[in-house]
Design a binder for this molecule. Sequence first.
Ligand code: UDX
Length: 431
Amino acid sequence: MNVSIIGTGYVGLVTGVGLAQKGHKVFCVDKDIKKVKSINSGVPPIFERGLEPLLDKLVKENQLTATTDTVEAVKSTDVTFICVGTPSLSDGGIDKSFLVSASKDVSQGLTDKESYHVVCVKSTVVPGTTEDVVLPILEGVGLELGKDFGLGMNPEFLREGVALDDFMMPDRIVIGGSDEKTKEILTKVYENFDSTIMVAEIKTAEMIKYASNSLLATKISFSNEISRMCEKIGIDVYEVMDGVGLDHRINRDFLNAGVGFGGSCFPKDLKALIHFSQTIGVNPRILEAVIKVNEYQPIHAVNILEDMIGRLPGKKIAILGLAFKGETDDVRESRAIPMVKELLRRGAKVVGYDPKAGNNFLREIVNIEIAESVEKALSGSDGCIVQTDWEEFRTLTEEDFLAMRTPIVVDGRRVLNPDEFSRVRYRTIGR
Ligand code: UDX
């Protein structure tokens, strides 16, 4: 099939490359000419493991082309996926302005198109958005739903760092459609994928995305709450969750207690669902608690550190890991942000180290020194918190921490091996 993708951010580009690799002819559209040129030269404007060689191959094979012209792309394709961002507004709701402008551009491409075309939203949008925002724009230019076009919603479940694998080998593919024909066409797009395809109504597909992310975030906050009880009674939350996770109805994934969840999805999607829930008159008690627990966890790590060190004013604290998770330079909603703010508020001096995210972090908080290596961050520090589960930190030994003025460590992600420590004072969350 011929497919156009509107928006070549993280989701759009991975979707475009994935669908082209599965044999579709893909046109990626972006307003930014620099991104378009970069894609056409085989270089992804974003970093995602495995993306570059595949994009390069697909561009050379003419299987994927980028353009700034939405109208042309839509005209020459059968299906359009809208993959634009829906960032948070200050009230927690989603900003639909990119969705609106993309829909307007798509509608222009459809006005003098003879054949049936499916417009499918991949952006994360609260239930009702596809039908309340995109549909009226397409109908507004005189197009008839079911006759000229079909409307779909196909959420993404991509994790940063393994997004391409998640796209090519998904646990499930969720397809929402306005009518049978649309559902059939979207199912055909994914016919070469070895995965369960679930077909649903549009609003259901929209809700599946939010419910999935909220439940995963709930698992994390749940473990974090249990972890604080474990600390009080002298048992280990990881061992507890190993036992809990053996129940196939629960499973062990996303039950790792620590300094909490960050990233571009969980916090934003939870806030959006809370906001949405309130607008329809439902009190989102669990979701609010999930956020509250998550906000507390980085403060809890600081409390543990203070408990071990004593008062913080004037103390130099090293934060290992500034990214929201390991193997990425992304600092969006990283737990290092509230953690560093709290340390500064309590009068500590902070030195941070991250294999990739140092510069990005400086855009969030300027009042921090960024070290070039773990060694430099630890040297002369009075205490240390491990905030990110970078592989690099797993190999740290007692010797590394003995370079500190006082070797006091709070492991916020369970990456260190305390059995090997005899002189380092070590504590972790949930044990
Ligand atoms: C997430 C979802 O997994 C993905 O399906 C969705 O499309 C986008 O959001 P991502 O943000 O890339 O993906 O990160 P993920 O690997 O899920 O981790 C999210 C956060 O939760 C990280 O800060 C991580 O450190 C934290 N986490 C994860 C925990 O604290 N404990 C866990 O057990 C698992």
